[in-house]
Design a protein around this ligand. Structure first.
Ligand code: ADP
Ligand code: MG
Ligand code: ZN
Length: 477
């Protein structure tokens, strides 16, 4: 059987996080009753005129720059014409020949191997409305979404596996969230992905015929959809068949792809420049300023956390995976916490109780609570085990860990006159263990440490306890 190489290129549609729509002043709230966030412009009434949203342009420029693209000082809006009930104007305003930005790249990481994928273009366009099927036997149209600002990011066919495609989608999402362009809410469709897939015999230069899987909105589904489609195409090619270039849908429940429309009924959109919108002009100065304004991007942050702060790759990945996580972590450091310890605590304790919703996150504690808790441990005032107890008590409160520890009597037991009698008592109860130790079985000390810890609820200072145990066990009888 022939060995194939998988070739994948992604087109990603991402909603821009603006207050209002792309060409009118309708607000962009989700969850509003159908057809309430609408006006003559986004309803496509004759004579209504579009006016470009400056905030959307700013965010689109930021996104293009963060994806290392060249932003053009002049781009052109065009009408992409087709008929569909969720498109009241009969055309979508998009960009074709002169897009906002071209020629960028994105570095992705798959299992520790870094790879650069090129980006063909980033252009601006408006979203369509939504058709809702099967409501009381009817199909209904909700135009609240019509006119929502989007960017489309078209990638070169540089990806070679489902993992790479998923990593690429994740990297795009993380960047857009980090720069405040997108809310990252994949479940709500804030970022959707069309996946183009083809196979070619290993070693062949020309690409094979591709299919396009429409509107996939999770990393997992991108990966599964690729794998499923690769198997389908390989089976056809192995049987001597030909791949039909077509648009397909992926059904995650049954893990199959199926034809949506074939090339035969492919649209001829008859694009032409929109006469209602002048060319979009952006000055060099604006582009320069936007470029200087970009925050540290996730990849750079990840590298810094590992190389400068000494975090493990996994911790760096987790903490840069959401801008609010990174902010929380960095605030904790500003308050004096040691990076590796802070990262550890945030990862294992804080994030367990954190709720995220798109770009926002709700933490169970504050950075200053974490910083002071860690400093209690650092100073040896409480043990690591006690820190967990204190943490459980301060979650969802604004209480000071030091005060809580004191109030609960949680302090490290560093008083030898308390620990010594406890040890003596244990020796009496376990003469065999004492004899074993004295016969040279040093490991027995661990048994006594465990027993003392049990009786002191883990509060004994481990170093002191070890010293005392050794001293007593080694003393002549
Ligand atoms: P269209 O606008 O018709 O969808 P494009 O040529 O602009 O077509 O390509 C769209 C996407 O398809 C791009 O992301 C590109 O990387 C990808 N692509 C193009 N050719 C192939 C191929 N042979 N195999 C896989 N992906 C491809
Ligand atoms: Mg396409
Ligand atoms: Zn409107």
């Amino acid at each position: 059987m022939t060995q194939y190489e998988t070739v994948i290129g992604l087109e990603i549609h991402a909603q821009l996080q603006t207050q209002t729509k792309l060409f009118c002043a309708c607000p962009l709230e989700v969850g509003k009753p159908p057809n309430t966030n609408v006006c003559p412009v986004c309803l496509g009434y004759p004579g209504a005129l579009p006016v470009i949203n400056a905030q959307a342009v700013t965010l689109a420029i930021r996104a293009a720059l963060a994806l290392n693209c060249q932003v053009h000082t002049e781009s052109v809006f065009a009408r992409k014409q087709y008929f569909y009930p969720d498109l009241p104007k009969g055309y979508q305003i998009s960009q074709l020949d002169l897009p906002l930005a071209t020629r960028g790249f994105l570095d992705i990481d798959v299992e520790g191997v870094s790879k650069r994928a090129e980006i063909t273009r980033v252009h601006m366009e408006e979203d369509a409305g939504k058709n809702l099927h099967g409501l009381g036997g009817h199909s209904l149209v909700d135009l609240n979404r019509a006119g929502t600002p989007l960017i489309e990011i078209v990638g070169e066919p540089d990806l070679r596996s489902g993992e790479e495609a998923a990593a690429y989608m994740r990297a795009v999402r993380d960047i857009l969230v980090a720069i405040g362009a997108n809310d990252g809410n994949l479940e709500e469709g804030s970022l959707r992905c069309d996946v183009n897939i083809s196979l070619r015999p290993l070693g062949q230069k020309e690409f094979g015929t591709r299919t396009e899987l429409k509107n996939i909105n999770s990393y997992r589904n991108v990966q599964r959809a690729v794998e499923t489609e690769v198997n389908r195409q390989a089976a056809i090619l192995d049987a001597g068949g030909k791949i039909v270039q077509e648009t397909r849908g992926y059904d995650p429940d049954r893990n199959v792809t199926r034809t949506l429309r074939s090339k035969e009924d492919a649209h001829d959109y008859r694009y032409f420049p929109d006469p209602d919108l002048p060319p979009l002009k952006i000055s060099e100065a604006t582009i320069q300023a936007a470029s200087g304004d970009l925050p540290e991007l996730p990849a750079a942050k990840r590298a810094r956390y590992q190389q400068v702060l000494g975090l493990a790759a996994g911790a760096a990945q987790t903490l840069t995976g959401h801008p609010e996580f990174a902010l929380f972590f960095e605030r904790t450091l500003t308050l004096g916490a040691e990076p590796v310890k802070a990262a550890n605590w945030i990862q294992t304790e804080v994030l367990r109780g954190t709720e995220t919703q798109g770009a926002s996150a709700k933490f169970p504690v504050s950075p200053s609570q974490v910083a002071s808790l860690l400093s209690l441990v650092d100073r040896g005032d409480i043990s690591g085990k006690q820190a967990k107890e204190v943490y459980a008590l301060i979650e969802h409160t604004d209480e000071d860990p030091a005060a809580v520890a004191k109030g609960k009597g949680l302090v490290v037991q560093r008083d030898g006159s308390v620990l010594e009698p406890l040890c003596m008592e244990l020796f009496q109860q376990h003469p065999k263990a004492v004899a074993e130790y004295r016969a040279g079985k040093q490991g027995t000390i661990g048994f006594f440490v465990g027993q003392v810890m049990k009786r002191t609820q883990g509060s004994a200072d481990p170093k002191l306890l070890n010293e005392i145990l050794r001293k007593l066990l080694e003393a002549p009888e």
